[in-house]
Ligand binder design. Structure first.
Ligand SMILES: [Zn+2]
Length: 329
């Protein structure tokens, strides 16, 4: 989403609210943009920032060509600052540091924009610092806070912000976007079931590790349905050496979850439009003859439990062994 008219296709309300305030020259001091991953928070923040500095705007659309637009796009504009959590939270020191930078670099203009990613990670102290910022009348400061979790932003901040609610992403539209960018239809189905973040999806699409992960998932399911006694060995010899990091293991569970859902859909018969792994359909359909519907439901439950155990820091090998036993039984 590089223009307001593109934003309007996906987030019509947000686009209208913000472009109206630009047209009427009534930009808020603070915006709180809240929406799920992949709904366009950062793109909207960038567009708004460009609007405030662009040297050659066409109506509400920034030109994308001028020095200011280019510097904002590359994250190098002296008056546009990005803040994100340092570890688990955004700390008061980060905001202090920012204020210092602002006071040094006030040469170009009085206008300052700061974009705060994961604003729900602001500590109370940091949030109070920002409030002070917002109340400073001498500066034309605009704060753009982004969050997936607006409810955890303290009310004193919320009440000072114009709140922009983004709509959840339309899965069908997202799939189309992926296909238009060159992702195959089959892969677009899988990727859009795993994430709603465009950049994440396209990078996985080109990722050798991810391609191998898909193959291993299909092999494991074949094993469960044809030679379940060998699954344990496969887990140790192949699975755990590929899914090493916690994030990778989680993705392995997500792949298994989607595949077992597919198998359940085959079982139910008339839900084939829901199938995610269309290119491995034969193997998964065959597996649907081995497992009862009841068994499939208990497997889905077991995979979700395994994901939770991983989050609770249970050792990955143990989690995977337990899951294998549950599926074998
Ligand atoms: Zn421009």
């Amino acid at each position: 989403m590089k223009t307001w008219s593109e934003v309007a296709e996906v987030q019509p309300l947000a686009s209208r609210i913000i472009t109206n305030s630009i047209t009427k020259n009534r930009i808020s001091h603070a915006y709180l943009i809240q929406g799920e991953r992949g709904t366009g928070k950062e793109e909207i923040a960038l567009l708004l920032a460009k609007d405030l500095f662009c040297e050659d705007k066409k109506g509400v659309e920034p030109c994308q060509q001028c020095n200011a637009c280019k510097r904002i796009a590359s994250g190098n504009h002296p008056d546009v600052h990005w803040i994100e959590p340092d570890g688990l939270s955004i700390k008061k020191e980060q905001i202090d540091q920012l204020q210092k930078e602002f006071s040094y670099s006030g040469l170009e203009s009085n206008r300052k924009v700061y974009i705060i990613k994961d604003a729900d990670a602001l500590t109370t102290n940091a949030a109070n610092r920002i409030l002070k910022f917002l109340e400073e009348p001498s500066k034309e400061t605009t704060a753009i806070m982004l969050t997936e979790n607006g409810q955890s932003i303290i009310s004193t901040i919320r009440s000072r912000c114009q709140i922009i609610d983004l709509q959840p992403l339309n899965a069908e539209l997202f799939r189309q976007q992926l296909i238009e960018s060159g992702v195959s239809e089959g892969s677009a189905r899988i990727l859009s079931a795993l994430t709603n973040n465009f950049n994440e999806a396209t990078s996985w699409n080109e990722d050798e590790w991810f391609a191998q992960a898909r193959k291993l998932m299909v092999q494991l399911i074949e094993m469960f349905s044809t030679k379940p006694a060998d699954a344990f060995l496969f887990i140790h010899n192949s699975w755990l050496s590929h899914f090493k990091e916690r994030q990778q293991l989680e993705q392995g569970f997500d792949l298994l979850l989607l595949a077992f859902k597919d198998i359940l859909y085959y079982h139910l018969g008339n839900e084939t439009a829901m199938i995610v792994f269309t290119s491995d359909n034969e193997k998964l359909e065959r597996a649907s003859m081995v497992f009862s519907q009841e068994k499939l439901l208990s497997i889905l439950h077991a995979i979700l439990q395994a994901k939770r155990k991983l989050k609770q820091n249970v050792h990955p090998t143990l989690v995977m062994e337990q899951l294998t036993l549950q599926i074998q039984r």
